[in-house]
Ligand binder design. Structure first.
Ligand code: SF4
Ligand code: SF4
Length: 330
């Protein structure tokens, strides 16, 4: 993969040069523990961050927002999102499969994807809830980005993957230098360290090789026990970047909107006649795991969980998907 080096000062200059040309979104933090995206301006430029790990709000909000107008279609300004992490790029791949991969392409999602350039970044640490490395992932991107930043001392190794990304770098080439072997060696060491950290944080969790198989047997008692704690708030589904269920509503003047739905809500699977194939909490809870680990693996070839850990953080009942998957694997 083509790469360059940029130092921290030139990175700031690069960001400055993009404001106005694009809507630029970057990560910011109040406490250096949790990150969220905000629009980059000349006023907040100095406090923008690449982020040590993923944001609190899921990336899907940029492409499939909690409520959005779908008819009539409105065009979106070109934008750059900076600081996207590996687990989120994997989320995006899963959303692409859903919204663009079949016979019908979703025009709202497609427009949002087309107008977005993604500058991702390696994780330099992990949260206690992160478990990418134990569920087919890594804490650094290998695909799905336009440009990727590998933080090293005083700057970044800049990996260029797409044509869009290459054009952006070429248009600002005086800010970038050739990489030297020391840059790459340092970056490789960082990657190994963070991966080891994720493995260490998750040393107590052991998943079966085929999670799609372990969710198949009914195991009614287990689902009952886990679901007992669930308060059906839907937070885990809304926080999850691979959950894409939605409802559609229409206004008096025939504008159509869609808004997120969650399979843990009681009315989710209820049909017009009143019958509900997932009438109990445990049936709905099991469906969540079946959808993530089995149905999507069968239909799209990968689990719909990338180990971002947001559902763990958001759950008021403190249900931890890693504990459930470990129990299912026993
Ligand atoms: S789950 Fe992995 S890739 Fe995602 S933020 Fe955590 S360490 Fe980074
Ligand atoms: S199920 Fe939980 S850990 Fe997995 S991708 Fe969704 S929010 Fe992240």
């Amino acid at each position: 993969m083509e790469n360059r080096y940029i130092n921290n000062q030139n990175w700031q200059n690069f960001l400055l040069s993009q404001i106005g040309k694009y809507d630029v979104f970057s990560l910011f933090s109040q406490d250096d523990a949790d990150y969220n995206y905000s629009r980059l301006t000349t006023q907040n430029l100095n406090t923008s961050l690449i982020g040590k790990y993923r944001s609190t709000i899921p990336l899907k909000s940029f492409f499939f927002s909690s409520i959005e107008k779908i008819v009539p279609l409105s065009s979106k300004k070109q934008r750059i999102i900076i600081g996207v992490k590996a687990c989120e790029l994997a989320h995006l791949q899963l959303l692409d499969n859903m919204f663009l991969g079949g016979e019908y392409r979703d025009p709202v999602y497609e427009e949002a994807r087309k107008n977005t350039l993604i500058i991702s970044a390696d994780c330099t640490s992990c949260k206690n809830s992160c478990f990418c490395s134990i569920i087919e992932g890594l804490p650094y991107p290998t695909s799905g980005f336009d440009i990727n930043l590998r933080p090293i001392q005083n700057g970044f190794v800049v990996e260029i993957l797409s044509e869009k990304g290459r054009k952006l770098i070429d248009n600002n080439k005086w800010l970038f230098q050739d990489t030297i072997q020391n840059h790459l060696d340092e970056s490789e060491r960082n990657r190994t360290e963070v991966n080891e950290l994720v493995l260490k944080v998750n040393k107590d969790f052991k998943f079966a090789k085929l999670l799609n198989e372990v969710v198949k047997p009914p195991k009614a008692d287990l689902w009952k026990e886990v679901a007992k704690e669930c308060v059906e708030c839907g937070g885990c589904r809304f926080a999850c970047s691979t959950c894409y269920c939605f409802l559609i509503g229409e206004t008096k003047n025939f504008e159509k909107y869609r808004f997120w739905d969650a399979c843990q809500f009681k009315g989710y699977a209820r049909v017009a006649g009143g019958s509900n194939p997932r009438s109990t909490k445990e049936k709905r809870y099991r469906n969540f795991y079946s959808c993530k680990m089995n149905y999507r693996k069968e239909n799209f070839g990968s689990y719909a969980c990338t180990g971002c850990g947001r559902c763990i953080e958001v759950c008021p009942a403190e249900i931890d998907i890693r504990k459930v998957l470990t129990r299912l694997s026993e």
